[in-house]
Design a protein around this ligand. Structure first.
Ligand code: ZN
Length: 402
């Protein structure tokens, strides 16, 4: 399974400011969270310290570092130093995740070529088998592609995808996942090549999504001028003949929009709004966001969703949890944050969701893949939505979002 790596509060830990090794989760002197030495962040901080680069580190002064890297790119003062540290960061990723193959892809955000250049240098210096996706793809497609390569090469892969998801346009960074994927979910395998065109990857993914039934009613897609533009128009050609698109330009700065599914959309009707990297898609009806759990409850009641167990998040209203349970669906209340949901869902062998529409753990050919999906998730639910959405959202549970 491709997993996001979490800091499991292991010891010893290291302070990202003073570099001191500690058995505390907080560095008392610097009042910051410490990193386990066994994590990528911890190994990275340790490497910087050993090279005397910890003080004045460009990455640490411009970035949030956790299970991913998110950098305010416009705050970088010394670009060559940033690239040097990115190379060290990539070395830590390899050291900690120990893959046979490393894959790099990126979306359309500004500054992603900095990460691309750093990756190419790292891959040639380290000699690791690597694949670079040439062109832009969304986050979920990078995970799909990583899973596909892992399966066909029977190897552990680490997937690096340059994006900053829903963060403002001045941000960019790296999402990391790693693992061995064995699931038999793919339509068509791809040959291993060191440089693969984004077009080939997008086409493979879209053929996979198109195995689901098409949706012939009206549906609106708000793409926030983000990475959803790389895939949704392509899917619409085959699956959504009556689709309307909003904010459907691929813009590195999202055209001034916040790359987040909007809290309220200014279009009426039924449809979906995506976040900047298109791994999240919220459903809207009559300009209001639909709680995922409420939709799920309606789908279950109408016999259109048949899983007997799901992982929800803590924001799911208790009346909806109770209602789902009265319909025979066991609800495991997980926690907010997609890596956490993924871990719980994997253990439970269940689908997971968050109310703001991160969702994953969908079953294909009786195999579950746990990365969060959005384009596939939209297709998955539209495939099942064979009665009007009004009917799904009407009736019990009596819960309306404020
Ligand atoms: Zn995202």
């Amino acid at each position: 399974m491709l997993e996001v790596l979490l800091d499991n509060s292991e010891f010893p830990r290291i302070c990202p400011i003073c570099g001191e090794i500690t058995h505390k989760k907080l560095c008392i002197r610097d009042k910051v969270k410490t990193f386990s030495e066994r994590t990528i962040s911890g190994d990275f901080v340790k490497s910087l310290d050993e090279m005397n680069l910890l003080k004045n580190s460009e990455i640490l002064s411009t970035s949030k570092l956790g299970y991913d890297l998110r950098t305010a790119m416009d705050l970088i003062k010394n670009k060559s130093r940033f690239i040097q540290e990115t190379d060290i960061f990539f070395n830590s990723i390899e050291k900690v995740t120990k893959p046979k193959i490393m894959i790099f892809s990126r979306d359309h955000r500004n500054y992603s070529e900095i990460f691309l250049d750093a990756f190419e240098k790292f891959a040639s210096d380290s000699g690791i088998e690597s694949i670079v996706v040439d062109g832009f793809i969304p986050t979920t497609v990078s995970l799909y592609f990583g899973g596909l390569i892992s399966k066909s090469e029977k190897s552990k892969v680490t997937v690096l995808h340059s994006t900053a998801s829903h963060n403002p346009p001045n941000y960019n960074g790296i999402k990391i996942s790693s693992g061995k994927f064995k699931g038999d979910i793919f339509e068509k395998e791809l040959d291993f090549i060191k440089q693969i065109k984004s077009e080939v990857v997008l086409e493979n993914y879209s053929n996979w999504v198109c195995l689901l039934n098409k949706f012939s009613n009206e549906v609106t897609f708000d793409l926030v001028n983000g990475a959803a533009n790389l895939i949704m128009p392509r899917l619409a050609k085959k699956m959504y003949p009556r689709a309307t698109f909003m904010n459907n330009q691929l813009l590195a700065d999202f055209g001034g929009m916040k790359p987040e599914p909007k809290i309220s959309v200014d279009w009426n009707g039924f449809g979906f709004a995506f976040d900047g990297d298109a791994d999240r898609s919220a459903m809207y009806f009559k300009s209001k966001m639909v709680l995922f759990s409420k939709f799920l409850a309606g789908m279950t009641r109408e016999g259109l969703f048949k899983d007997k167990k799901v992982v929800s998040d803590q924001r799911t209203p208790p009346q909806i949890v109770n209602y789902l349970e009265s319909l025979g669906v066991k609800v495991i209340v997980g926690s907010i944050g997609r890596p956490n949901q993924q871990v719980i869902a994997q253990k439970e062998n269940a689908m997971w969701f968050e109310e703001n529409w991160h969702s994953g753990g969908y079953a294909v050919n009786d195999e579950r893949f746990q990365w969060s999906e959005a384009p596939f998730a939209v297709a998955y639910w539209l495939d099942k939505l064979t009665i009007p959405i009004e009917k799904i959202l009407k009736g019990d549970p009596k819960y309306e979002q404020k």
